[in-house]
Design a binder for this molecule. Structure first.
Ligand SMILES: [Zn+2]
Length: 233
């Protein structure tokens, strides 16, 4: 019997485990192994039975399933609302890569992100006029029947759960595709005309956030989006 085994046996006895055959012969065998197993069980019980591997901090855990983000070269993320209800319709799913329902649930759009790699391929997600190549489209399911001025969010106002999910989705996409967060690479539809110089037709997603009326205007909403997504990178 080697010294390591003997010292292990002494420590087990000191901890109160029964090793009646200790020192009796040269076989460390079953009795020592059983005591070690029991000791490990007790340690696990002491720890509440949990896996001792620490979970990553919530802020860095990915929320977009890996298979939704195929290898591709994308340059930017453009964020929208559907101007529909809090649930994703088939029509919504055909225009965006990722949708976020009223309770924060993520729904995969029909077109693959890969189809929007520049130049956009047949079946790509058509979410932003003249700016779909290289652009991932994410949309919050909300704001059907809303009005910009005077502001009326309608029956399906944007929720904080949606917004919080959005900043997590944007962080995941930027990490996956190596997109740096700037006002030309992570922006709302309402910022496209000013920030990228591509004319749009009066789009106001997002110039108001129904859950926080203190934020006003495309830049203020976009800056909040970028700051919160950056914090989750
Ligand atoms: Zn839009």
């Amino acid at each position: 019997m080697n010294k390591t085994v003997q010292s292990l046996q002494r420590r087990l006895i000191a901890l109160g485990f029964q090793l009646p055959r200790f020192g009796a012969d040269g076989d460390p065998g079953a009795e020592t192994l059983a005591a070690v197993g029991k000791a490990l069980d007790e340690l696990v019980t002491l720890r509440g039975g949990e896996d001792p591997t620490p979970a990553p901090p919530a802020s860095t855990a990915s929320i977009v399933p890996a298979e939704w983000m195929p290898a591709a070269k994308l340059e930017r993320v453009i964020c929208h609302w559907t101007a529909g209800a809090h649930k994703a319709s088939e029509f919504d799913r055909s225009h965006y890569h990722i949708l976020i329902e009223g309770d924060g649930t993520l729904i995969r759009g029909i077109p693959s992100i890969k189809l929007n790699e520049a130049p956009a391929k047949k079946g790509y997600a058509a979410h932003t006029l003249d700016c779909n190549s290289g652009s991932i489209g994410v949309s919050l399911c909300c704001m059907g029947g809303s009005n910009e001025a005077p502001f009326d969010p309608g029956k399906y106002p944007m929720t904080r759960e949606q917004w919080d999910a959005l900043t997590g989705v944007v962080a995941d996409l930027c990490r996956r595709y190596g997109i740096k967060i700037t006002d030309k690479t992570v922006l709302s539809h309402a910022e496209v005309q000013n920030n990228l110089g591509i004319q749009q037709r009066g789009k106001w997603d997002f110039t108001r956030l129904a859950f926080d009326l203190s934020i006003k205007g495309a830049k203020a909403c976009g800056d909040k989006l970028r700051a919160e997504a950056s914090a989750k990178l």
